[in-house]
Design a binder for this molecule. Structure first.
Ligand SMILES: Nc1nc2c(ncn2[C@@H]2O[C@H](COP(=O)(O)OP(=O)(O)OP(=O)(O)O)[C@@H](O)[C@H]2O)c(=O)[nH]1
Ligand SMILES: [Mg+2]
Length: 354
């Protein structure tokens, strides 16, 4: 899970030359910056702490916690194995559960408190970028969606169909996230709308910082629709807010009804689930009602729409939901401080002209 081990901190390439670097420092802090290749750059990492120093938190057996600084003289890791004798339903079979500690994950050689610290650090930085993105969208009345799913469930096919249906009446921009290739951005550009590919390298999700750069490049119009296709991955993108208004989870009928229960974070984070490839239902043993019920066990408020991106079945409801969201965002624009300031300037000019 990339929020606790920092495995998403590889080299990121954004189409058009700029790229972003994310560094995980020895003390676990993450530092991200972007730069263009057409100018020289230099950067230093300022730290008031001595090289290798970091704060260390221990949780004692009695539950008390204390923290102290220490300096590493060389590379070392120390592990605090914990035995949890919780009574999990499956523990009777000797199954192993590495998700029962405070970090709800396991990284060899890293303590639970360290993982929690790293996760908080990564997510708080990401959330700051995401909040700025959302504010930017809101001030311009833009409706932003983040499509998340496992690889191949039909995100790009759905996007192409959605764009074909809406592009005559709505300005649309697309951000594509994949570890490698610009295939999906090219498929989107073939529909005639602007698209930008972000390659995440070893990274397994898009983050708020990457999307901020994509927004700067795409320059979406006021009142438009901004669609983000995340990296195909049913785990990590759930934790990263990009500044979107809704996460839309896509589950295709070839994946099995149990996926919302096995990967609950994603379905809990989404507001809408598109059950895709419904054209294949006659050929499969897939219980669509059970899949919906499983998704609602994780997220009772989830809106579910059954669709087929290839036949177009169910897409009308999806398109209506998007149009309603766009209308709400366009309405909100009127109420933003920016818009009010523009109105004040206008009124002052009218007064001055009297
Ligand atoms: N039968 C059927 N096939 C579909 C449907 N939607 C997508 N597909 C097929 O599923 C495959 C994967 O579709 P994509 O749109 O590339 O899926 P994706 O989620 O964008 O994949 P990644 O970006 O790699 O994660 C393609 O062969 C599509 O033609 C559908 O509704 N029905
Ligand atoms: Mg795709």
């Amino acid at each position: 899970m990339c929020t606790v081990c920092g495995c998403g901190a590889g080299e990121v390439k954004i189409e058009g030359g700029a790229h972003a670097h994310a560094h995980v420092h020895a003390d676990g802090t993450v530092h991200v910056h972007a730069h263009d290749h057409d100018h020289a750059h230099d950067h230093t990492h300022d730290s008031t702490a001595p090289a290798g120093a970091h704060a260390h938190t221990h949780t004692h057996a009695d539950g008390s916690t204390h923290s102290h600084d220490h300096v590493h003289q060389g590379e070392h890791t120390h592990d605090h194995p914990h035995h949890h004798d919780h009574d999990h339903g499956h523990a009777a079979h000797g199954d192993l559960d590495y998700g029962s500690g405070p970090a709800r994950a396991h990284v060899p050689g890293m303590s639970q408190s360290r993982m929690v610290q790293i996760e908080q650090d990564i997510l708080s930085k990401n959330n700051a970028y995401a909040t700025a993105n959302r504010k930017w969208f809101d001030s311009r009345g833009i409706f932003a969606l983040n499509l998340v799913s496992s690889p191949g469930s039909g995100k790009t096919t759905l996007l192409c169909k959605t764009i074909e249906a809406l592009k005559a009446t709505l300005a649309i921009n697309v951000v594509e996230g994949d570890q490698q290739t610009a295939n999906d951005a090219e498929r989107i550009r073939a529909t005639g709308v602007p698209a930008l590919q972000i390659n995440t390298g070893k990274g397994c999700h898009l983050d708020g910082h990457m999307v901020g750069h994509a927004m700067e490049r795409l320059k979406p119009a006021e009142g438009s629709l901004f669609l983000i296709e995340n990296v195909g991955n049913l785990v990590c993108p759930a934790a990263f807010d990009l500044g979107e208004h809704h996460k839309v989870a896509i589950l295709s009928v070839t994946e099995g009804e149990d996926k919302p229960l096995k990967y609950p974070d994603m379905f809990a984070a989404a507001d809408v689930m598109l059950l895709n490839k419904c054209d294949l239902l006659p050929y499969l043993q897939f219980d669509a009602d059970l899949a919906e019920a499983n998704a609602r066990r994780v997220n009772p408020a989830l809106k579910v729409i059954r669709v087929s991106a290839t036949t177009g079945e169910g897409l009308a409801e999806w398109l209506d939901w998007i149009k309603a969201g766009v209308a709400v965002q366009q309405g909100k624009r009127e109420a933003t401080v920016d818009a009010l300031q523009r109105r004040i300037v206008e009124l002052e000019q009218q007064l001055a002209a009297r």
